[in-house]
Design a binder for this molecule. Structure first.
Ligand code: SF4
Length: 701
């Protein structure tokens, strides 16, 4: 039977509306949904790959166990019993922290994981929990936690109504927005400029976004904190602090002066590579534009001062009067508001990791320390791992160390539908059905979107016999583990989900949310419901106990000492390596989707002409890129996109055909950029990995 379905794409943060035509169990076409109120007909090539994913022979559909003769199919009962029994006996023998958990990024794109996985996590009750957060957005959450009282209260640029947008370390034309869900971003940025406004990009690479922007400035990688302090210096000393109505409920405005004193634009120019005049112009534009917003993303996160930089971005938006107002940085008022109780407001440093004494954030330790916790003997050593929808061997610095560490475990289970560089170490793999089999409501990215919208979709395909949804796997395991370990099971979540799937969670969420949207209205509007532009919501929406914005949290102000102490000794590295994201790639997965992998090999190192000439390297020649820890061999693409002294390699590659099933990726494997970093360098404040690799060597092959 032919049918047409509408739903959000769940592959990236943009949550584009899709129109999917099916006939029985197959996908006939995937198009953009022109009537989706957020994406307005936008789509990217990854959406078409949902068909590849659906048809992918590599995708597991039943549990498998690793044996001497390869992977063997086993029954769900046998697999779940064995996993529960192994995890429980390891915890009984070595303590509850002997089981570690890693959660990959795709979990936040699936309703089942977002809503029901916590039942499983609570049943395991380990402190050794890790996720992709600490190689990604942790600094945003850290700043939000200390300034606004909730680790998920992340300000979103009101891109549709701003006149000036300053973008640092982000490439929304390729990411389609991140912590700023913004499908159709090209048109939205063009609209700012066509209306007489400006878009300014600061990045060590002239990215796809920088190429269409009004202006672009190169910056030395990892020096954003100095630039932001200088912008703030200029605002305070020349333009004045004017937070508007926020003044009434913002603490710390009077003390800003002393904080920025050492960072005049002249004093930081040699560090950032951005001259003082440019910094002054940026500060003036931020203050004088009718509405302006400063936004930073991954390049500002995964560095030595990620936490400080995101705090300063918020401070700049606040003191220029561009916070919680149209065209500035605003908060969403989502139909299902995951910030409200029972969700946690977050916490920091309630306990520390065993080996490196790193603080937890939101119950997680930095992912760079998973291998240490597995290989360092002693009480609390991780003896078993559970990974859920993640491939940390490719996505965490020093994946090689983690790769060897995983081999030493007593037991490993992966909840994943692929055998990849990480899950190949599992003893048992439990594969959930992919997203198109499930009902879908994006719990996270409606909260991070540039417009308030809501969309619910029923499953597209009927659940095949002998398969499980992700949330069924979580409940099945949680029940077994809770029983064996005599731990309380969240009975309400368990029985309601068993009876009503994930739908009841959306209904309950809508009832608690601030809009009057009903579940019936969602069902009646398959293209999604438009709830309007972002609205001022402070101070009511603040989660701080005094309902005030804390502009200068002690922990952040104290961390400025690190910036100051290293300021005089900062030297420019001979060659610094940065990563980059590609439109036809989805971090470390989907590299076996034929529609995405067609065309030229795009795994190359971008290098400025000047740097290439110094080393007598011609375009297309193969080179070895080496850090003290690892090397990758790949072709050079000479490009003036790159700042002199900076090179770039795409992340997410490095597929190793040894023991895994990735039919397409095995012929297009690339190398693992993250192996060039040793994992020792982190933002000491937040625990986020610093992935900028300095003093890289290049040799011609
Ligand atoms: S931009 Fe993201 S959400 Fe939109 S179609 Fe592409 S992958 Fe899907």
């Amino acid at each position: 039977m032919k049918q047409t379905h509408y739903r959000n794409c769940n592959l990236c943060e943009a949550i584009c509306g899709l129109e999917i035509q099916t006939e029985n169990d197959s996908i006939k076409s995937i198009k953009a949904d022109d009537k989706n109120p957020l994406s307005r007909g936008h789509i990217c090539p990854k959406a078409f790959a949902l068909k590849d994913l659906h048809e992918d022979p590599d995708r597991l559909q039943h549990p498998v166990r690793k044996t001497d003769n390869g992977w063997q199919k086993i029954s769900w009962k046998e697999a779940l019993d064995e996993v529960a029994s192994k995890l429980c006996s390891i915890q009984e023998m070595y303590g509850q922290n002997a089981v570690g958990i890693y959660l990959g990024n795709p979990n936040v794109h699936n309703l089942g994981s977002m809503s029901i996985m916590p039942v499983l996590i609570k049943s395991i009750k380990t402190k050794n929990k890790f996720s992709a957060t600490s190689v990604d957005q942790l600094p945003h959450q850290f700043a939000a936690h200390f300034m606004f009282g909730h680790h998920f209260m992340i300000p979103i640029p009101d891109i549709d109504r701003t006149n000036y947008m300053l973008i640092l370390g982000a490439n929304p034309l390729v990411s389609n927005g991140s912590l700023m869900t913004v499908p159709d971003v090209r048109n939205r940025l063009n609209k700012i400029m066509n209306n007489g406004g400006k878009v300014v990009v600061i990045d060590p690479r002239k990215t796809e976004t920088a190429k269409i922007a009004s202006e672009h400035c190169f910056i030395q990688p990892g020096t954003d904190v100095y630039l932001l302090l200088s912008i703030l210096y200029q605002i305070i000393n020349v333009h004045g602090v004017s937070p508007g109505r926020l003044e009434e409920f913002t603490i710390g405005l009077d003390e800003l002066d002393s904080i920025v004193k050492p960072y005049s634009p002249e004093s930081t120019a040699h560090i950032t590579g951005i001259n003082a005049e440019n910094v002054k112009k940026i500060a003036a534009d931020l203050c004088n534009a009718e509405a302006a917003v400063c936004y930073g993303r991954i390049g500002v996160c995964t560095q030595e001062f990620g936490g400080l930089s995101h705090w300063l971005i918020n401070v700049i938006n606040i003191v220029t009067g561009n916070f919680d107002r149209e065209g500035g940085a605003m908060f969403t008022t989502p139909a299902v508001d995951i910030l409200q109780p029972p969700s946690s407001k977050g916490h920091f440093d309630l306990w520390r990791s065993r080996v490196k004494n790193l603080p937890e954030f939101g119950s997680e330790f930095p992912a760079v320390t998973i291998a240490d916790e597995i290989t360092t003997e002693g009480d609390g050593q991780i003896r078993a791992m559970m990974t859920i929808a993640g491939n940390p061997v490719l996505s965490v610095p020093n994946g090689g160390k983690l790769d060897s560490a995983l081999k030493s475990l007593d037991f490993m289970v992966s909840i994943d539908f692929y055998i990849n560089e990480t899950t190949k170490h599992a003893d048992i793999i439990l594969p959930p059905l992919h997203n198109l089999y499930s009902s879908h409501y994006d719990l996270i990215f409606h909260v991070l979107a540039v417009r308030n919208t809501a969309q619910y979709a029923k499953p597209i395909f009927k659940k095949p016999d002998d398969t499980k949804f992700d949330w069924e796997i979580y409940l099945d395991l949680a029940k077994r583990i809770s029983k064996k370990r005599k731990r309380p099971l969240n009975k309400m979540m368990y029985y309601m989900s068993r009876l009503f799937g994930t739908e009841w969670i959306i209904k309950a969420g809508l009832k608690r949310g601030s809009s009057s949207l009903s579940f019936k209205a969602l069902l009646k509007n398959p293209h999604g419901v438009d709830l309007g532009p972002l609205r001022p919501s402070l101070p009511e929406r603040l989660f701080t106990s005094d309902k005030k914005i804390h502009l200068l949290p002690d922990i952040l102000v104290k961390d400025l000492t690190r910036v100051h102490e290293t300021m005089s000794e900062r030297t420019i590295s001979k060659l610094t390596l940065i990563g980059r994201r590609q439109l036809r790639s989805n971090n470390s997965w989907m590299h076996n989707c034929a529609s995405l992998m067609s065309g030229r090999d795009r795994f190359n190192v971008l290098m400025n002409k000047e740097d290439a000439e110094k080393r007598q390297i011609q375009d297309g020649q193969h080179v070895r890129v080496s850090s003290p820890d690892f090397h990758i061999d790949l072709p050079v693409k000479i490009s003036d996109e790159m700042m002199p002294g900076v090179i770039s390699i795409p992340h997410g590659w490095g597929h190793n055909s040894d023991g895994i099933q990735l039919s397409t990726a095995s012929k297009y494997p690339g190398g693992n950029l993250n192996n060039l970093a040793n994992g020792e360098k982190i933002d000491m404040l937040t625990g986020t990995a610093d992935v900028h690799i300095r003093n890289i060597e290049i040799t011609l092959l």
